[in-house]
Design a binder for this molecule. Structure first.
Ligand code: MN
Length: 234
């Protein structure tokens, strides 16, 4: 995997217009470089924005063709929990955190009578369930994960940490312990919107959640072998 140019896309959250533009920019950029490329969706495709169903469709098509990989974010996790749980609390918690918009996006296409579960395409659920929580390119020292890692435990941190963490122990690389497992590692993630709609870069991590569903752009980090990260925005 190590000669690939990666395009790591932050939290899309249903913003289909921004995603379609960003995919165009990415494909243009990859053509210009004439380099083998791989898009990585960093999770939180769904919730909050106007068309989560269409976003999942785009991501499924891009992974099916081999152009993209995807990992699971905490909002995919919430959606699957809401779908699986019989207690209503799982559904309400998801709905209040943007899941209501996701349900509407599915209902517009598929409709439903009593239970929102009937509106959600089974193929989408199947795809979401199969998503890994981490992609690790060992040769390049790149870890793609939605939320982050536990620097004390990597590579053995829990899935919950990988999808949900906002720990200062992760955010501040000055607090990372000296462990051989972390040598040369760069963590590429989303989950925590940056305060200025700009990607955050430090020597150990790149955060590309630029708040696309809160009025910011949707951002992709361009990671070419041996080069500094660049960014594409839509
Ligand atoms: Mn998230």
């Amino acid at each position: 995997m190590s000669d690939l140019t990666y395009y790591a896309i932050g939290d899309v959250h249903g913003e289909i217009g921004k995603l379609d533009r960003l995919l165009e920019y990415i494909r243009e950029d990859a053509r210009r470089l004439a380099a083998a490329h791989r898009i990585v969706f960093l999770g939180d495709l769904v919730d909050r924005g106007p068309d989560s169903r269409a976003v999942v469709e785009r991501a499924m098509a891009a992974t099916a063709s081999g152009e993209a990989l995807a990992i699971r974010g905490n909002h995919e996790e919430l959606m699957l929990h809401a779908f699986d749980k019989t207690e209503s609390i799982g559904v309400y918690f998801w709905a209040e955190n943007g899941g209501d918009e996701t349900i509407l996006s599915y209902a517009r296409v598929n409709g439903y009578k009593d239970d929102f579960r009937d509106a959600i395409d089974r193929a989408h659920l199947h795809w979401l369930r199969a998503l890994p929580v981490t992609i690790h390119d060992q040769a390049r020292g790149l870890v793609f994960v939605h939320g982050g890692i536990d620097p004390q435990k990597f590579p053995h941190c829990s899935d919950e940490v990988r999808m949900w963490t906002r720990s200062p122990k992760f955010f501040d690389p000055g607090r990372w312990p000296k462990r051989p497992e972390l040598d040369g590692l760069v963590v590429v993630h989303g989950h925590t919107p940056t305060s200025n709609f700009e990607p955050h870069v430090n020597p150990r991590r790149i955060n590309v959640d630029t708040g696309a569903c809160f009025g910011g752009p949707l951002t992709a980090a361009v990671l070419a072998p041996g080069e500094k990260p660049r960014f594409l925005r839509a």
